[in-house]
Write a protein that binds this ligand. Sequence first.
Ligand code: BEZ
Length: 400
Amino acid sequence: MEKKLNTSRRRFVVAASAATAAAFVPTRFAIGAKAPVKIGILLPYSGTYAMLGNSITNAMKMRIEQAGGKLGGRDIEYIGIDSEMSIPKAPINTKKLIGKEKVDFLVGPVHSGIAAAMAKIVGPRDTPIMIVPNAGHNGITGSLCAKNIFRTSFSNWQPAFPGGKVMADDGHKTCVTCAWKYGAGIQMMAAGKENFEKHGGTVIKDLQVPFPKVEFQAFLSEIAALKPDCVFAFFSGGGAIKFVKDYAAAGLKDKIALYGPGFLTEGVSRAQGEAADGIKTTLHYADNLDNAANKKFRADYIKAFGAKPGPNVFSVQGYDTGSLLLQVMEAVGGDTGATDDIIAALEGATISDSPRGVWKMSKNHNPIQDIYLRQAKGGDNLVLGMAHAQLEDPGAGCNL
Ligand code: BEZ
């Protein structure tokens, strides 16, 4: 369903009208220079990942608005569609944004399965440029990689792999993984397991919960019966709130240490309350990162959108998507027709004012970035140290 994006308390510059654009002389760059840059957005605004989609959208627009609300001197038209986290609807939504709306940039999605469906349509084409502001599907910058697909977030492998070593370093020998049964959960659990076993641990069972179900009782009973030293889990958004609360309510919190990629407590630790306290996770962001860009970003975001859920990794990814768009459109003087130059600018990009710390684009079009060890406390995810500095995804199967 196409939606008017009403996700913020701020007002943002939206589109000059088609009539205005039609008034200009129809050479490619004459139109390109004057007409708005069209940004198609395919993100979830309903269901368990709604908070993620709203956080990304709010912060991307905030970043661009702070820089004057234009890209390469041109106004912007945002065309947003609620992905509804539906893989079957992903091809039609993607084709609508490309074919009917003729967007210059396609920003999305959150969900790994939707990312794969979109990449299969966008990858074989020359345009538009797709920028993934969350979905971690390893293949997007691996076997499905393409010259016009870039990511500002992470691969599923990246935040999960260091978690395996953290659990082993904490002295745990046995582990049960528990995650939603789809690309993100499967790939993150595999990465954590690989590194846990590399450091002497054993995963005794992989529990898989149908996505996006949140009936965790049977899985928690099985964990209690298996008695592992620790649990490594992937859930996010509304599902993560429920899992962490149910885990504590089942009496497991003080018996079996709970770990996971940072999504388990990210943007939701306030809602999880005391049930989240003490949970260690690994992620490319932490609330109290001590850098000027993070302090400014957090203050600005809270001022614009309030403290609930407040700034989080998803809004950081949206913010950095805005920074990247500003950077590359500046580099080409607003000429969206200069595809090769845009791709060159994206490939050479370093985001030096990111709240997560400096990161740069890898040759496979994925951030090379620090992964932090964090611990949830009093509603925040506080940094304990560096889990893996400047981690680059292996990008298996990508030959860019
Ligand atoms: C994913 O589907 O790739 C994903 C969704 C939420 C958080 C992290 C990853």
